[in-house]
Each structure stands twice: as C-alpha cells, then as structure tokens.
Design a binder for this molecule. Structure first.
Ligand SMILES: [Zn+2]
Ligand SMILES: [Zn+2]
Length: 129
C-alpha cells in the first residue's frame, strides 16, 4: 500500500468530519476503509500532513494531541481549563494580531491553529472557583 493513498484517505476523512481527533481515533477510522493499514503508517502520515500544513495538531489542555483538517482559512479556539469546553475564534479576530507580530519581528507566522486557554462563563460563576 502506498503511503500517499493513506495520506489521501486521512485528508478525506478529516475534510468530511470537521472536528478534532486523537491519532488513535483517526487510526480506527482509517482501518475501517483500509483494514490492512498499520498504526505506524497512519501516525507517520499524520506527521507528514502536519508538516505540510494540511492538518493542524494541537494540545487542547488534555495532554492528547488532536488533529484537524485545515481548510482555506485558519481558525482558532478558546479552551476552558476547567471543563475543557472548546469554542471557535474566527481568524478575523486573530489576523490583525498576527500581522502586528509579523511586522514587529520580521517573522512569517505559520501557526494556523491558535489555542488560548481560559475559564468559560459557566465555570467563572461556579461556586468555589
Ligand atoms: Zn480547531
Ligand atoms: Zn468551563
């Protein structure tokens, strides 16, 4: 089996399911379509696609790396440290900040999936916090 076809199947799966998946969840999904695939092939493929910027990998505060398809536009998240609830932040809000940092430091930012940690409104009002 060619590695490139595994890449393709992973991309298709993540494109159709715009969520965050742990590597073992992706492996289980790919195994349904390619029963002969082995774990390390899938993991190597995830690493390659991440390096190519086609998928993002993030630690959302649970210690597990989560993969997601990166579409045409970047998107970002706010993650609650208490309940691990995740919401999306549009790139519109983040782009001006990135541009300013790029200008100041003469950098080209490649981060396409920014994770900001905080406490959600629900957890802020919980007694004892
Ligand atoms: Zn995301
Ligand atoms: Zn919360």
């Amino acid at each position: 089996m060619k590695a490139s076809s595994v890449d393709q199947i992973i991309i298709e799966f993540l494109q159709q399911n715009r969520q965050h998946y742990a590597s073992h969840q992706i492996y289980e999904q790919i195994k349904i379509r390619l029963p002969a695939v082995n774990r390390s092939t899938v993991y190597r493929s995830l690493e390659r696609l991440t390096n190519q910027g086609k998928i993002s990998v993030s630690d959302m505060g649970t210690g597990v790396f989560l993969y997601e398809y990166v579409g045409e536009g970047r998107h970002h998240h706010l993650v609650c440290q208490e309940c691990h609830h995740i919401i999306d932040i549009s790139d519109e809000d983040v782009a001006p900040l990135f541009e300013r940092i790029e200008r100041k430091n003469s950098y080209e930012i490649l981060t396409n999936h920014l994770i900001l940690y905080g406490i959600c409104p629900g957890c802020q009002t919980k007694p004892g916090s």
